[in-house]
Design a protein around this ligand. Sequence first.
Ligand code: ASP
Length: 323
Amino acid sequence: MRIVNAALALVAAVGLSTAAAAQTFPNRPVTLVVPFSAGGPTDTVARLIAESMSRSLGQQVVVENVGGAGGTRAAGQVAKAAPDGYTLLIHHIGQATSATLYRKLPYKPGSDFAEVGLVTAVPMTIIAKSSLEPKTFKELVAFVKANKDKVTYGNAGVGSASHLCGMLFMSKLGTQMTTVPYPGTGPAMNDLIGGQIDLLCDQTTNTTGQIKGGKVKAYAVTTKERVKSLADIPTAAEGGLPVEVAVWHGIYAPKGTPKDVVEKLNKAIDAALDDPKVIARMADLGTEPEPKDRRSPAVHEQFLADQIAQWKPIIEAAGVYAD
Ligand code: ASP
């Protein structure tokens, strides 16, 4: 009897301390892990939203970059972090594709996290070093077919959005290029501008400034419609090769994070996405916040499950895997 009472008291105490922790959350800085290098597109989105989240949480949201293995190194770290809301991950479509691309992942993208909320879906651009000969996307397609693996293509590792875009591009062309992996497309962009690699497919949150500044050549966007802020760049479909990818981003906490804490974090994301400064900056970078009706943790959870299911057969058909 005494043992039963002690056990009940323990359960009650744990319940109370979880509730109390949720009430005072956050009482110290929150870390937002970016699974790619600083200066890249995911990093840009993270810093943009972290600033605004800090204001509504009343605590600093500190961005930490942990690049490598196409974003899976950081995701693995956050999956194993304490489920208290103080360590978060911002990841993109790679959270869905890595579930199939990696034969051995030390975590399950679909079940080892508490989804906190979707942030934005960013278009991609197919860009090249400024000295690359082809003038149009059609010419680029012919150039890649003729030069095959002499053409170098930068990406952020297996599972990254740039890897996915390149994989779709190559499978539609039926040819291979030489891929050069980086811990993020921030450093890949530096090498593209420097002429060390030929091609890159990357989010507009990294490419808009470089395209407008004339530092790189832009051939196509990966959306159905043209992107407003880059209106003179055709869609890949207009160039005769429909490559369609939207790089959606979401924020995750480790599985087991108290519901109230997830709710508080979700409210801070929601407020950030309503912040006029965030909206204006996103528009400059060719993107926009997730619509209001798609911002709940439940929508994020369902969307991730749908995306894992959607990309599985495409990746299996392409036959690309990593260990
Ligand atoms: N854009 C990158 C990717 O290809 C990641 C990054 O550096 O943000 O997934």
